[in-house]
Design a protein around this ligand. Sequence first.
Ligand SMILES: [Zn+2]
Length: 323
Amino acid sequence: MTKTNSPPRAATKQPTGFPEGFLPPLGTAADPPPRPTTPPPPGSGADSESPVHTPPNTGSADSETPTTGSGADESITTRTYRNRRRAAVLVFLVLAVIVLVLGQVMRDRKTAGPALPPAAAVTKASVRHTINKVSPVAVGGFAVAGGHGPVLGSAGTLRRFKVAVEERIGRALGGDFADEVERVLGDPRSWTAGRDLRLQRVPASARAEFTVYLASAGTSEKMCAGGGLRTEAFTSCRLPGRVIINSARWAAAVPGYDAPLAVYRAYAINHEVGHQLGHGHEACGGRGEPAPVMMQQTYGLKGCVANAWPYLRGKRFAGNPID
Ligand SMILES: [Zn+2]
């Protein structure tokens, strides 16, 4: 915009060419309205009270120009004109505010419109994925899964646990271990079905009652032996606060188990966590019966059928205690 555009534009904004409501307030020297030719009253000087001098150079001031004492010399035409100008300025200001507000609303809609939620959802999912899968904390040769898992179960004392995978096992076997542990313990047939306890996986920095380890055969044997238990590098074990899953069993179960690997894995988790929750070993109830989860199923099913769950059809399923 250059100043040379102004004069012609101002010229087109003469009151005659515009409806009252759109009269711009930007008065210029070209704006003066038709003036009454009433002469100054007697006794008044040729000063600012004279109507001829009333219109200011800037339109913005015209409504504020005092006209004190000029009631007698102001004609009806002048008052009408001023009222119209005031109304025009007001209308213009109101319209400008409306345009600005509408413009802002449209801009807000564009930026906060439907494009945002998907982007936010993707970011959230990515963060959660990063915390759980990519940011484990190394503790003594183990990688402890990061982030908090969901609260498993609907009622009862909340017991927290961690999940740690021996680093030498690598991601091939241990990458989804935490997920599988949570899936098993969150199953409606698992220990939380009694509604007397809930479980939640927590990160390395949090306090927890116990840790579920996935350890190589050699490491698990050493860990279990440290607590006085002999596993011959074959079985899993549990020490106070430590549920130790032998990765060789996790990878291949046991010969003759006659059930999918997922069933054996669920059994191993529920059995060892069952010890942590205070349950001892139980016996097979008879040929063809489901094996109690606290039965040592790794050493053979004794005529029972493989079973991974402490609750069957919503009821606690247990065998006679042994030992
Ligand atoms: Zn046991």
